[in-house]
Structures are given as C-alpha cells and as structure tokens.
Write a protein that binds this ligand. Structure first.
Ligand code: ATP
Ligand code: MG
Length: 251
C-alpha cells in the first residue's frame, strides 16, 4: 500500500464550539492508536498548543518562521514533540501571516508549498486547528486539506449556523463532501433543548452518515485543557466518547 498523509481541518465559523478541544483530542486519540500525527495550530489564541501543555516560551520556531525566515529554519525545526506519535507545529503572529496571505495570488497552493517538507516526515495525519473567522489563512487551509471535521455545539444558534461552512466551501469552489465528520459537542442530556438540537442534527445529516456520537458537556474537559492534559490522560468518560469519534475517523 502506498503512503498517504491525510490532511484534516477542524473548522467552524462559529467561535467557542470546541474546535481546539476536538483537534487536540482526536490528535492524541489517533496517536495512541499508533498513527503518526502532526497537529498544526493555526488559531491566533494558541489554544490547542495550550491544551497540550505548551506556552509560547516552549516554542523555538513557529509556522511564522516558515514564511519569514526561509533560510534559517526547516519545517522540522519548527515542530515540537508533544506526546508519543504526536507532534505540534505552533504558530505566532497570526495576523501578520494573514496579511501576507492576502498578497499571495495562489492562496490554493500556498500551504502545499510551505508544508512541502512534511511529505518526507511520514505523518499519517496532519490535523489543523483553525480560527473561527473567514480569513485568508482559513481559505488556504480549506484548499490544502482533504477533509473537514466540523464540531457543532448542540445549541440552537450553532445548529442554525451549520449552513455557513457550506457557503464558505461554495465560495471557494470546494466540494461540500469534504466534510467527513460532524461532531455534536457539549451535549447535555439533562436539557430538552440539547436533546431537540441533537435530534435536529440527526435529521439534517440523516442521508449522509457523517454525524458522530455526541461529546457530552463535562467540566473535566475544560479542566483537562487548563492543565495541559488530554482527556486520555485525565478523564475516562470523555476519553471513551472521543475514542468513538477517533474510530469514525479511521473508518
Ligand atoms: N464537551 C465539552 N464540555 C465542556 N467544556 C467544553 C467542551 N468542549 C469544549 N469545552 C470548553 O469550551 C471552551 C471552548 O472550547 P474550544 O476552545 O475548544 O472552542 P473553539 O471552537 O476552539 O473556540 P475558538 O473559536 O475561540 O477557537 C473551552 O474552554 C473548552 O475547554
Ligand atoms: Mg480554538
């Protein structure tokens, strides 16, 4: 079998729905299954790096240096080992990167060029945590990846906003079937609102088989992030929920 590096964006134009959480947990979940994973943090808040326990003091070089210091560092010099089988490519100066991307004519090719060095590093999956807005960086990410994982918060406003990602893909002339997994997040069994919105999602995606089992709302998930631990190191209940999601990704 030939080697292929699967490229996945975790994206949703809505903020605070769990993109960074999902990125980190699926990255570690896949790593624990023995896959070689690179998580690229392309959100300005550095949440996924933080959820893995890293602060800016730990970064030597970042994604920014791939663009601006071409002579001084290779992609390998920008990558941090985060866990066994799990590496992290952090970012800084995200606004500056975005402005630079505005001046690039082939935004659809920019990441293929900047990340060309990854092919020889033999990752099974590259997972990109994205910021919430429509930005040039996110345009570039969507053109680069094969698939999209879409976390959706199980509440009315988020569920109603699902159409936004389809519009975004249409504007970029990308295939909506890129969305390979939709993850209902922060599901709360105790509220009717949560149940109704989960039902809506099931209905909405009933023909496509891309909806995963929900991730429940759990304080321990937030705590894990603050401590720089993944659920696989901190909370069996959430870990089991994310394991189901990981199984879906492996397919
Ligand atoms: N299932 C959950 N249960 C409880 N808390 C959660 C859950 N999922 C995410 N959170 C918490 O909600 C907050 C937002 O999550 P996260 O940072 O992953 O969202 P995001 O979509 O990446 O946000 P942003 O748009 O700001 O990048 C975090 O504090 C996180 O710990
Ligand atoms: Mg985030």
């Amino acid at each position: 079998m030939g080697y292929t590096m699967k490229k996945i964006a975790v994206i949703n134009n809505k903020g605070g729905v769990g993109k960074s959480t999902v990125s980190v947990q699926i990255a570690h979940g896949l790593a624990l299954k023995g896959f070689k994973i690179l998580l690229i943090d392309l959100d300005g808040q550095n949440d996924s790096s933080m959820f893995l326990g890293f602060t800016q003091d730990d970064y030597k070089n970042t994604f920014f240096d791939l663009i601006n210091n071409r002579n001084c560092c290779t992609i390998e010099e920008c990558i941090i080992s985060a866990r066994e089988n799990l590496d992290l490519l952090p970012s800084m100066h995200i606004e500056q990167i975005n402005s630079q991307f505005h001046r690039i004519s082939r935004i659809d090719l920019v990441l293929n060029e900047l990340l060309a060095g990854l092919e020889s590093l033999r990752y099974d999956y590259v997972i990109i945590d994205c910021g919430p807005q429509r930005t040039k960086i996110n345009d570039a990410v969507l053109c680069y990846v094969d698939n999209i994982v879409l976390p959706v918060q199980v509440e009315a406003a988020s569920v109603r906003a699902i159409g936004n990602i389809y519009e975004y893909l249409a504007d970029l002339r990308l295939d909506p079937d890129m969305i390979s997994l939709v993850i209902p997040n922060m599901f709360d069994q105790r509220t009717n609102d949560s149940k109704e919105n989960l039902e809506f999602l099931k209905e909405f995606f009933s023909n496509s088989n891309i909806l995963s089992e929900p991730i429940h709302r759990r304080i321990k998930l937030t705590e894990a992030g603050k401590l720089g631990k993944t659920v696989f190191e901190f909370d069996n209940v959430a870990a089991n929920q994310f394991s189901l999601v990981v199984e879906r990704l492996i397919g």
